[in-house]
Design a protein around this ligand. Structure first.
Ligand SMILES: [Zn+2]
Ligand SMILES: [Zn+2]
Length: 900
C-alpha cells in the first residue's frame, strides 16, 4: 500500500486496490470510527440508499444521487458519528418482468407459454446472472455503503415483513378490495397507481356528437376525447340546475351505432360550462362516470379487452378493433349519419404507463387498495410542525399538496414477478371465505375446503416504502432497529417524492411511530448542454464508468458535486467529456503534485506545531506566510464545514479547491521553498506548517475525492500502516488560528506580486527576464511589503525592489485595492522601440475599426432599417474598440513612444 508515489497521478492504479483495502478493513461499517479511535460510540447517522432496480445499469442520475449520499456519509463518519448507509436493490416488478418478457419475445415466447412458475424461475435466473451489477458499479465510484447489510426487496425476511404489513393494514381496515376504475396499461396488462400513470399534456381532439331523443325530434350534444368509449355509454348526464336541459331529465336517448336506449340523468358532478353542458356517461371507462353510474344505479358496459381492443360487448363490426382504430371508425360512422356536429383541437393531459409509455386506459376492475387518508394525516402533521424539512424548502409545497389531496393507493398488479398477495379465496361457493394470512394456506380456515391464492402481486413500491425499518430487521425487535431507526437524511431526486419519499414517511409513522428521516435533500438532475434530461432513449447519456476509466472516480465525483448547487441541475456535455471532466482531473493532478512535493521535502528535522512537547513551534517563530496559511486553513475549515452541514456541497468543494489550488500550491509552497531547501533558516517550521495544513486540506476534501486524498494522506511519515483518512477526525475550526492581520498583510504581498506579474505579461517581458519594481505609494500594511521583499522579488522575478519616487519614466503602473501603487520600469527590460512599434500598429488597426464602425452607425439607413438588437450589438462593438484604443494609447504614453 505504501509504495512510493508514482510521478504521474494515475487513478486507474490507485482506486480499485484502495477500495478493496477499505472493504477488507470494514471501514464502511458504522462501528469503524469507534474501532479506529476508541472511546464512546458516536451518535448514529443513517441514510437509506434509494434502492436501484436490480437490473439497472449505472447512469449519471445514480452517479449524482449516490455521490451526494457518500459525501454526507463520509463527512459524518469523520465527525465521529456511527454513520450507516444502507444499500439494497429493488425487484422492480414491472420493469424487471418487462425485461425478461422482451428476452422471451426474441425466442418467440410469451410468459403465458412458460406458465407462472417457470416464468418466475426464469426471472430469478436473470436476476442472479445480471442482478446487483449496479452495486459493483456504485463501488467503482467509491460509495461507502455498508455492503454487509445489503438487502433485496424480494429477500425472504423482507418478504415476510411485507406480508406482515399487508395483514396489519388489513386488520386495521386500511387495506381493502374494491371494484373501481383504475389505471390500466394495455401493454403491461396490469393495474397501475395514479402516480405510475404519468400525465403528459398532448394535442388531442374533442368530438361533438348528437344523441337523438328516443321520442320525437331533437337531440342532445355531448363532447368526448375518446369516441370509442361511446359504445359503452349507459346515460347522458346534465347539471340539475341547468335550465337548458331541465325538461329532458328522465327522458330517453337512442345511443347511435349501438341502438340502445339510455336515460338523461341529473348529477351535480357535471360542469355546465364544459362543452354543451351534457356529458356522456361510461361507468366502465372513466372515474367520474363511474361515480355518476353508482349514484344513479346505471349498468357498466366494459367495451374493451385487457389489450384495449374492442370487446364482445360492442356491435360485431367493431369487435376486435384496436381502441384507436375504433376511435376513427366511430367518428366516421357518426359523421356519415350526420350526428357528428364538429371536431375541435383540444390540449389535454393523457396518462402514460411510467414503464412502457403506453397510453393508459381507465378501466373498471377489482383491485386491492390502501386507504391513504389515515396514513397521510400524521405525515402532514409532522411536516407542518417542522419535524420534517425539505432542502430546498419549496419542495415541501409539493409534498403538502399531494398529501392533502391524496387518493387511495391501488396496490395489486396483474404481474407474476413480485410479492404475491397473501389472500386466499375459499373455493366453496357456500362458504366463499376470504382469508388474509401471514402463512401460506392450504385449506379454508372456516370450512376446511380447498382455497386458491390471489393471482396478483403487490406494487413494487409496497415493499420499498418499508425499507427504512424492514432493512433493519422489522418486525423482529433487532438491535439494528433500536440503534439505527429513525435515520436522518434522505437524498433523492424530486421525481420519486410521491412514489417513495412521502410513502416511507407514512409507513414509518404507522409502524414505528416516528418518521424514518427528518431531512429530505432533493437534488437536481443531470442534463445535457441543451438542458435535456439525460436518458437512454434520447441517447444523450454519459456512462459514469467510462468517466471513471478515463478520468478517475474522484474526477467524476468532483465534477458532479461542484456542478450542483442546492436545487439546481447539473449540466454535462455528453459529446465532449473532456470539457466536463478535465477541470476536475486537472485539480487531482495539481493536488497530486503538491502532495508529492511536500512528501519529498519532509527529510530533515521537523517539530510539532501544537501540543505539550518541549520543542513545539512557538508563535514568534512563524513567518507571515506561515501565519497566513494557518489562518486561511482555519477559515476554509469553517466555511467548508458549514457548507457540508447545510447541504451546500458545491460550496464546500469550491472552498477546499481554492485553498488547495491557490493558497497552498500556488502561494504557500512556492513561498517556503528557500526554507525547505535550506537556503534560509526555519525549514523545520515550514515543514511543520506545510504538513499540518496539507493534512487538514486532504481531510476536508476526502468526502468528495476519497481515493486521491486517502492515497496521499497515508504516505505521511509516522502514519500507522492501518490508518485510514476515512475514519480520521474531521478538522475543527480553531479560533486561536484566526489572524486578520496576517490575512491582510500577506494579501497585500500577493497583490504586489500579482500586479508585477500582470505588467510583465502585458508588455511581453520574457519569463526569464528580471525586472525592477518600485512601490511608489504605500497605504496600509507598511511593514509587510518591506519585510516580504524577498518573497516579492523571488515570486515576481524582480531584481530590485525599491520604495519611493521612480527614477525612470518609462514603464507599467498598477494601483492595488488599498491604494498602494506599484511601478515597473521597463526601459531596460524590453525593447521599447519594438514594443512601441507593435503597440502603434495595433493602435492604427483599432483606430481604423473604430472609424469604420462609427461611419456605419452614422448611416441613417442602416440604423433605421436593421433590427434594434443588431444595431445595439454594433454600438457595443464600437464602444469596446474605442476602449481598447484608449488603453493602448495610454500604454504608449507610459512607454514614452511619441506620436504613432
Ligand atoms: Zn406499461
Ligand atoms: Zn371455506
Amino acid at each position: 500500500m505504501t509504495a512510493p508515489l508514482a510521478p504521474q497521478y494515475d487513478p486507474s492504479q490507485i482506486e480499485a486496490p484502495l477500495y478493496a483495502w477499505w472493504r477488507e478493513r470494514r471501514l464502511f461499517e458504522p462501528e469503524a470510527v469507534q474501532r479506529a479511535r476508541g472511546g464512546a460510540p458516536g451518535e448514529p447517522y443513517v441514510i437509506q440508499m434509494p434502492p436501484p432496480n436490480v437490473t439497472a445499469e449505472l447512469h449519471t442520475g445514480h452517479g449524482l444521487n449516490n455521490t451526494v449520499q457518500d459525501v454526507l456519509i463520509r463527512f459524518e463518519r469523520m465527525r465521529g458519528r456511527r454513520a450507516l448507509w444502507v444499500p439494497g436493490t429493488d425487484h422492480a416488478g414491472i420493469a424487471t418482468q418487462n425485461v425478461v418478457e422482451r428476452l422471451l419475445a426474441k425466442e418467440g415466447l410469451t410468459r403465458f407459454d412458460l406458465g407462472r412458475d417457470a416464468f418466475v424461475e426464469r426471472v430469478w435466473e436473470y436476476v442472479h446472472a445480471t442482478g446487483a451489477r449496479i452495486l459493483e458499479q456504485l463501488q467503482a465510484i467509491g460509495c461507502s455503503a455498508d455492503w454487509s447489510r445489503t438487502y433485496f426487496t424480494l429477500d425472504e425476511d423482507l418478504s415476510r415483513a411485507v406480508r406482515e404489513v399487508f395483514v396489519q393494514l388489513y386488520e386495521k381496515g386500511l387495506v381493502y378490495r374494491g371494484h373501481y376504475i383504475i389505471n390500466w396499461c394495455p401493454r403491461c396488462l396490469t393495474a397501475l397507481s395514479n402516480e405510475e400513470a404519468e400525465k403528459e399534456e398532448e394535442d388531442g381532439r374533442l368530438w361533438h356528437f348528437r344523441y337523438p331523443l328516443a321520442e320525437g325530434d331533437g337531440h342532445l350534444t355531448i363532447a368526448t376525447t375518446r369516441p370509442e368509449t361511446m359504445l359503452g355509454d349507459t346515460a347522458v348526464a346534465v347539471h340539475p340546475e341547468d335550465e337548458r336541459y331541465r325538461h329532458l331529465i328522465g327522458k330517453q336517448l337512442r345511443l347511435p351505432l349501438v341502438d340502445r336506449l339510455i336515460p338523461v340523468v341529473a348529477d351535480e358532478a357535471v360542469d355546465p360550462a364544459f362543452g354543451s353542458g351534457a356529458v356522456k356517461v361510461t361507468p366502465a371507462h372513466d372515474p367520474t362516470d363511474f361515480e355518476i353510474g353508482r349514484r344513479h344505479k346505471l349498468p357498466s358496459v366494459d367495451v374493451m379487452t385487457p389489450e384495449a381492443r374492442m370487446s364482445l360487448a360492442v356491435p360485431a363490426r367493431f369487435q376486435g378493433l384496436d381502441r384507436f382504430e375504433a376511435r376513427k371508425r366511430v367518428s366516421k360512422e357518426l359523421e356519415e349519419l350526420g350526428l357528428q356536429e364538429m371536431v375541435e383541437s383540444h390540449r389535454h393531459a393523457v396518462g402514460h404507463c411510467y414503464r412502457c409509455d403506453t397510453v393508459i386506459e381507465p378501466r373498471l376492475s377489482e383491485q386491492w387498495f390502501v386507504k391513504m387518508d389515515p396514513l397521510a394525516r400524521p405525515a402532514l402533521a409532522r411536516y407542518r410542525d417542522g419535524t420534517i424539512r425539505f432542502i430546498p424548502e419549496r419542495r415541501g409545497d409539493d409534498y403538502e399538496r399531494w398529501l392533502d389531496g391524496i387518493r387511495d393507493w391501488c396496490i395489486s398488479r396483474q404481474l407474476w414477478w413480485g410479492h404475491r398477495i397473501p389472500v386466499w379465496y375459499c373455493e366453496s361457493e357456500r362458504c366463499a371465505r376470504i382469508s388474509v394470512s401471514r402463512t401460506d394456506l392450504t385449506a379454508c380456515p372456516a370450512c376446511g375446503g380447498a382455497v386458491r391464492q390471489d393471482e396478483d402481486v403487490l406494487d413494487t413500491w409496497f415493499s420499498s416504502w418499508l425499507v427504512p425499518f424492514t432493512s433493519l430487521g422489522w418486525p423482529e425487535k433487532t438491535d439494528d432497529l433500536a440503534t439505527y431507526y429513525p435515520g436522518h437524511t434522505l437524498v433523492s431526486s424530486p421525481d420519486i417524492i410521491f412514489f417513495w419519499v412521502s410513502r416511507m414517511i407514512m409507513s414509518g409513522l404507522q409502524f414505528m411511530g416516528e418518521p424514518p428521516y427528518t431531512r429530505i435533500y432533493l437534488h437536481g438532475v443531470v442534463r445535457d448542454t441543451q438542458h435535456r434530461k439525460m436518458s437512454k432513449s434520447l441517447g444523450n447519456g454519459i456512462d459514469p464508468l467510462e468517466v471513471v476509466e478515463r478520468y478517475g472516480a474522484d474526477a467524476l465525483r468532483y465534477s458532479l458535486i461542484s456542478g450542483m448547487s442546492v436545487g439546481t441541475d447539473v449540466i454535462l456535455d455528453p459529446n465532449d467529456l473532456d470539457s466536463s471532466f478535465t477541470p476536475a482531473r486537472n485539480f487531482a493532478n495539481k493536488l497530486w503534485n503538491a502532495g508529492r512535493f511536500i512528501l519529498s521535502n519532509l527529510e530533515g528535522p521537523t517539530r510539532p506545531l501544537a501540543g505539550r512537547a518541549r520543542n513545539v513551534v512557538r508563535r514568534q517563530e512563524l513567518t507571515l506566510a506561515d501565519r497566513w496559511i494557518i489562518a486561511r486553513c482555519e477559515a476554509t475549515v469553517r466555511e467548508a464545514t458549514e457548507a457540508y452541514e447545510r447541504f451546500r456541497l458545491n460550496e464546500a468543494a469550491g472552498a477546499v479547491y481554492r485553498f488547495i489550488w491557490s493558497d497552498l500550491a500556488d502561494w504557500y509552497i512556492e513561498q517556503i521553498k528557500p526554507r525547505l531547501y535550506g537556503d534560509t533558516p526555519g525549514g523545520d517550521v515550514a515543514r511543520a506548517v506545510a504538513v499540518q495544513t496539507f493534512d487538514v486540506a486532504l481531510r476536508m476534501l476526502h468526502p468528495v475525492m476519497p481515493f486521491i486524498t486517502e492515497t496521499l494522506w497515508r504516505r505521511f511519515p509516522g502514519r500507522p500502516a492501518d490508518a485510514s483518512i476515512s475514519v480520521a477526525p474531521w478538522p475543527l475550526a480553531d479560533k486561536r488560528a484566526e489572524d486578520p492581520e496576517a490575512l491582510r498583510d500577506f494579501g497585500l504581498v500577493q497583490e504586489v506580486v500579482g500586479a508585477i506579474r500582470a505588467i510583465r505579461a502585458e508588455y511581453g517581458v520574457q519569463p526569464g527576464q528580471p525586472v525592477r519594481a518600485v512601490v511608489t505609494r504605500i497605504e496600509t500594511g507598511d511593514g509587510a511589503i518591506r519585510r516580504e521583499q524577498a518573497t516579492v522579488t523571488r515570486l515576481a522575478k524582480v531584481s530590485e525592489l525599491s520604495f519611493g519616487e521612480p527614477q525612470d519614466r518609462v514603464g507599467g503602473h498598477a494601483v492595488l485595492s488599498d491604494g498602494t501603487a506599484v511601478f515597473v520600469p521597463l526601459g531596460d527590460a524590453i525593447d521599447v522601440e519594438r514594443e512601441c512599434g507593435r503597440l502603434g500598429a495595433e493602435l492604427a488597426r483599432l483606430a481604423q475599426l473604430v472609424e469604420a464602425q462609427e461611419k456605419k452607425l452614422a448611416n441613417q439607413q442602416f440604423v433605421s432599417r436593421a433590427p434594434a438588437d443588431v444595431v445595439q450589438r454594433e454600438r457595443e462593438k464600437a464602444a469596446t474598440w474605442r476602449e481598447q484604443r484608449d488603453v493602448l494609447g495610454r500604454k504608449r504614453e507610459l512607454l514614452g513612444c511619441g506620436s504613432a
